[in-house]
Design a protein around this ligand. Structure first.
Ligand code: ADP
Ligand code: MG
Length: 694
């Protein structure tokens, strides 16, 4: 039997493979490219490409692809085989440095938000040596960034790498001020916990809504949902266990550090958490994880649903983006230290995050905005659409003491002074477990819980990295000029707390009281995607991304357009799917059933038998049938009448008019479903779907 240690990373062209297969000099050059961002010259690239190809072919690969992450949110690949004809009419396997470093996929069919109109239609992909190449389904996949010929980012990786560079530069300035001479770089780290649903394939195949939109557009509540709270961390069913095992095996081969798996709150909902990695790699790995989750499900006659809200009335799925930053020497900068000095550094980084979340709460909200995630954020589900920071009582007390120049605990008599006093160690367990907070400090990292389960984590991390880089820059600007470092540090942390404490909230995020309180504090509550997107291009946000060279104004506006389009298209597809289901399946099945019971009622009447049942059902269902007809026609009219001048207005129309009509239509259909015999209803029910895996 193969052991895990043998399997792990066996399909990855990782450091040890490179060390073993590359000439020493080339290996060093590649390391420099990975660690310091140095460009690899073409000779070295040729050597790497050849070694990669040999390794890939030995491991069964026949093709290669530049693997990239366009704005669709999923990954893209176009396979080319290694084969090349020789003079004798045979083939040889070839792969050049040029092919490794640069590719030219046809960019014209990927979302560009108008960038294509302004610039060249063509785009190119460029090798990202910081993320290892790997073999998937017999194809050597080379992680790449995707840009237009003008250099505009057309993907999610390019800005992510830029944002990592931005925060690296600013964090290094801070570390220098603290006298750190050993660290060469600071990288952000991410561990994304991925939630998903598993349902039987044969039931999925019967639901057009799941097939076309990833979520159920209709479905009456089952008698049992998640109210018994018996699924969370419950025993895992053998079929699901088998799925998880294969999933882990596949992910391990690809070097993904899949670590924890458990049942989630809703029936048939599960979670997988990896061990954290550098943000860029964590993002690549999360994309791979989602892909493999879907693929492996097929082997078990299951379907993996990654939608944020596949079922109304039960919990939706999110992705908890655990985020921190650490030095290349392995120091986690959000880990409280043992000495007053270490603690001062910790508190400074902590303040930087608090300030960033407050200053850019709109951007963080946007980074988790999508039609699917609107069902969670701001829809009485976890977490709320209001961004706030949870610190836990102990840390909050410390910040309070700093702010008010008091001692941090009753036992202490002295004023809390940064750089002078030790802050108490807080047991990790007390720092977390506020599941309602969108942004929680959990001992040595922050957990951003707004991201949707199907989304790429790139946006969230681009935003976090850049916003925190901005705080750090402001801090460094002040501290570098200061005469008394400790004194300035104290003042800086204190003033940051005073200025930004409105974002700190340690209570229950679901409470209506909190929403009222948040409004008083001046925090934003952007409930829907069309409502929050315009904030993306506000001057302060354009300036942020421009200053840190993460997005040019043009790139940002293009992204704004793409997000709006995505939103409108998603709702449109859902609306059209609804009308299709109602017209082709739901109304005809009700009609057929009404015909049958009318006939029975007739016959019964002739025999003078009581037909209360038939007549009552006839009446109720006929009324619902009329309501459904009215609902679907009204939805169709709404769709036909769209005539908005801008993408923003159009998205608002989809939200305010179309989506509202969809909900109205669903309500009457769900009522009809409850009255119809299960033998006649055209679709598997919520009960079937949610409890169907045994
Ligand atoms: P839980 O939240 O269930 O208590 P952990 O705190 O151990 O579990 O980890 C949750 C996730 O956070 C995991 O994916 C883990 O790898 C990740 N994580 C832990 N430390 C860090 C860190 N320093 N940076 C980023 N992610 C981290
Ligand atoms: Mg967690």
């Amino acid at each position: 039997m193969e052991t895990i240690t043998n399997v792990f990373g066996s399909m990855v062209f990782n450091n040890s493979v490179m060390k073993a297969r590359l000439p020493k000099e080339t290996y060093k050059e590649v390391r420099r490219a990975i660690d310091d961002g140095k460009r690899l010259d073409i000779e070295a690239a040729n050597v790497v490409a050849n070694a990669m190809k040999d390794w890939a072919v030995e491991n069964g690969a026949t093709h290669y692809t530049h693997w990239f992450q366009p704005m669709t949110g999923v990954t893209a690949e176009k396979h080319d085989s290694f084969i090349s004809p020789d003079r004798d009419g045979n083939i040889i396997m070839e792969f050049s440095g040029k092919e490794l470093v640069r590719g030219e996929p046809d960019a014209s069919s990927f979302p560009s938000g108008g960038l294509r109109a302004t610039f060249e239609a063509r785009g190119y992909t460029a090798w990202d040596p910081t993320s290892y190449a790997f073999i998937k389904d017999g194809v050597l996949c080379i992680p790449t960034a995707f840009c237009s010929y003008g250099g505009e980012a057309l993907d999610k990786k390019t800005p992510l790498l830029r944002s990592m560079e931005a925060i690296n530069e600013q964090a290094m300035r801070i570390l220098k001020l603290f006298g750190n001479t050993t660290a060469k770089s600071v990288k952000t780290t991410v561990g994304p916990e991925q939630e998903y649903f598993l349902i039987p394939e044969e039931l999925y195949d019967k639901r057009k809504d799941l097939i076309f939109t990833g979520r159920t557009l209709f479905g009456a509540r089952p008698p049992k949902g998640q109210e018994m709270e018996d699924h969370y961390f419950g025993a895992i069913k053998p079929r699901v266990q088998a799925y998880m095992k294969e999933l882990n095996d596949e992910l391990w081969k690809l070097g993904v550090l899949a670590k924890t798996e458990h049942n989630e709150v809703a029936p048939s909902q599960h979670e997988l958490a990896p061990i954290f990695a550098t943000t860029n790699i964590a993002t690549d790995h999360n994309q791979l994880t989602m892909e493999i989750m879907k693929k492996v499900a097929k082997h078990h006659k299951l379907v993996c649903l990654l939608h944020e809200k596949p079922f109304a009335g039960v919990n939706g799925s999110g992705k908890h983006n655990n985020w921190s930053l650490s030095t290349d020497t392995g120091v986690n900068l959000l880990e409280p230290g043992d000495t007053p000095y270490d603690n001062a550094q910790f508190l400074l980084f902590l303040s930087a995050v608090i300030k960033a979340v407050d200053d850019y709460q709109d951007l963080l909200r946007i980074s988790a905005a999508s039609a699917g995630n609107d069902h969670r954020l701001g829809a009485n589900e976890a977490p709320p659409a209001v961004v706030s920071v949870f610190l836990g009582e102990e840390l909050a007390e410390i910040l309070d003491a700093i702010e008010k120049d008091t001692s941090y605990s009753k036992k202490e008599k002295e004023q809390m002074k940064i750089g002078v006093h030790v802050i108490p160690k807080f047991p990790k367990d007390t720092t977390d477990r506020n599941r309602t907070s969108p942004f929680a400090f959990t001992g040595n990292k922050f957990e951003f819980r707004m991201v949707g389960s199907s989304m790429s984590i790139a946006e969230a991390n681009i935003t976090l990295n850049t916003a925190v880089a901005k705080s750090l820059k402001e801090f460094a600007d002040v501290l570098e000029k200061s005469k008394d470092f400790t004194e300035s540090l104290h003042d800086l942390i204190k003033s940051t707390i005073v200025e930004h404490k409105r974002i700190i909230f340690n209570g229950n995020g679901y409470d209506d009281d909190w929403l009222a309180e948040a409004e008083k504090r001046g925090l934003l509550n952007l409930k829907s995607t069309p409502e929050c997107l315009p904030y993306m291009i506000k001057d302060k946000n354009v300036k942020l991304f421009k200053d840190f060279k993460v997005f040019s104004e043009t790139e940002l506006k293009a992204r704004y357009e793409i997000e709006l389009e995505n939103y409108s298209k998603t709702i449109r597809i859902e609306a059209l799917t609804m009308t299709d289901m109602v017209n082709k399946d739901i109304l005809p099945s009700i009609e057929k059933y009404l015909g049958e019971i009318a006939k029975t009622a007739d016959r019964k009447a002739k025999l003078s038998i009581d037909s209360t049942y038939e007549l009552t059902r006839l009446k109720k269902l006929s009324a619902l049938q009329t309501a459904i007809l009215g609902g679907v026609e009204s939805l169709e009219t709404a769709l036909a009448e769209i005539n908005e001048k801008s993408s923003q207005k159009e998205a608002e129309y989809y939200h305010d008019v179309v989506f509202k009509k969809m909900q109205e239509l669903r309500a009457v259909v769900d009522r009809a479903e409850m009255l119809m015999p299960s033998t006649v209803w055209p679709y598997p029910t919520y009960g079937d779907l949610l409890f169907g895996v045994r």
